[in-house]
Design a protein around this ligand. Structure first.
Ligand code: SAH
Length: 397
């Protein structure tokens, strides 16, 4: 069979040589062999140097996603993908002492050199997302690897995300193998959670925040905590299990709060030690300011405010409004644990936002810790927005 080839424009090979995993449509001068959705293509520079292999995506702006750089891998076949999957899985086993949970990410897309493929493990069950044409094309290989190596009770596909449309793929959510219960019980250290992998956010749980939840647990003793954007109780339960005094949990999602309530029972937390509020966090914070109520710790883990460059201005205003309100209700000596999962706002910019909030509120702050996603979420250094999750633990005077 004739090889399918993508030839780049002059000097557009530089990012690929520097291991950037994406080739944009504008960087391509010629396509040879009529590659289709998810076909493997050989990428050549203008001078016909062989740069490596990638997955072709005819509809997407990201036209090629690199699978292998240089020409170390001669063949991109089933065995190649088995090795890639195995490499990712073995690495998570090495990370086990840090992960300390039976729920973690097995494959993180470009960070595991499998662009567009997400595989999450939840205590014997597996959830996959196939977000690129290439990932979609290796679905059977992925399934046979997972069944052979891990043999889970069930595998579920949560490809019900809009990014699939950019690839020319329809969103889907369905069982791929075995049986999937409505809720799965997982454990992070000694904290238990129910996870709804069919309908929950992302693949069911915010696995990326695990290590930050562990951090919060360690500073929670005897504290009054406000857990904003609580979802199913992640941060709050780690605090309560570590003997915090009381946690108030706020979220707008009825379904998430229903699971949170079940999670409180699952962990035998006395009713007097927590409150659950279905409310907009912005409004709750305003009410606490007006009522002059204050807390030892405030957690802010909002959804992504900046989805595209045009959201940047409003998104930054949103982060400012939120963090200023939180700073106003923190006790002297208290802690603000604040996050942004907007890839377009980097850590430096996020620090600047928080610094300006503190100046505006007349509060002196110091940064105790910078936070990011856990060790099961690797990302390539060349991908600017790979480090989407960033957080700061701040001491407020
Ligand atoms: N900290 C959580 C994850 C938070 S995800 C964990 O560790 O599991 C963000 C949450 O914010 C979602 O549950 C979503 O329902 C909620 N949310 C989004 N906008 C909100 C708003 N304005 N007020 C309250 N909750 C909101």
């Amino acid at each position: 069979m004739r090889e399918k080839i993508v030839i780049l424009k002059k000097s557009r090979e530089i990012p690929v040589k520097r291991r950037h995993p994406w080739v944009f449509s504008g960087a391509i001068s010629k396509v040879v062999g009529d590659p289709g959705y998810g076909d493997v293509v050989l990428v050549l520079s203008y001078k016909k140097e062989e740069l490596g292999y990638g997955w072709y995506s005819p509809r997407s702006q990201i036209r090629v996603r690199m699978l292998s750089f240089g020409m170390i891998d001669k063949k991109i076949d089933e065995e190649f993908f088995f090795k890639r999957l195995h490499r990712a899985y073995s690495y998570r086993k090495d990370m086990d002492p840090l992960i300390n949970s039976n729920a973690y990410r097995i494959v993180n897309s470009e960070g595991d050199f499998l662009p567009g493929l997400i595989i999450d493990y939840y205590n014997g069950y597996i959830v996959c997302q196939f977000l690129s044409c290439g990932a979609e094309k290796i679905k059977d290989i992925v399934l046979s690897y997972l069944i052979k190596e891990i043999n889970p009770y069930g595998i579920y596909e949560r490809s019900d995300v809009d990014v699939r449309l950019k690839e020319g793929l329809n969103p889907v959510s369905r069982t791929l193998s075995g049986e999937i219960p409505d809720k799965i019980e997982i454990q992070e250290k000694d904290v238990k959670f129910y996870v709804d992998i069919k309908k929950g956010h992302k693949t069911g749980f915010y696995l990326d925040q695990r290590e930050n939840r562990y951090f919060l647990g360690k500073i929670s003793y005897n504290k009054n905590i406000l857990n904003c954007f609580c979802y199913t109780g992640g941060f709050g339960l780690h605090a309560l299990k570590n003997r915090s005094k009381k946690v108030i949990n706020i979220d707008t999602s009825i379904d998430s709060l229903k699971i949170l309530r079940e999670n409180m029972l699952l962990n035998n937390i006395e009713k007097s030690r927590y409150e659950i509020k279905r409310q907009n966090v912005f409004a709750s914070l305003k009410e606490y300011i007006e009522a002059k109520e204050s807390f030892d710790v405030v957690i802010l883990d909002p959804p992504k405010f900046v989805k595209q460059t045009s959201d940047l201005k409003d998104g930054i205003l949103g982060y400012k409004k939120l963090n200023k309100r939180a700073l106003k209700i923190l006790k002297s000596g208290g802690y603000l644990i604040t996050f942004s999962c907007s890839g377009l706002v980097d850590l430096l910019q996020f620090k600047k936002i928080i610094m300006e909030c503190a100046l505006d509120c007349g509060r002196d702050i110091s940064i105790l810790k910078e936070m990011c996603a856990g060790v099961d979420h690797p990302y390539p250094p060349a991908l600017k927005y790979g480090k989407y999750l960033k957080g700061l633990a701040i001491k407020v005077e």
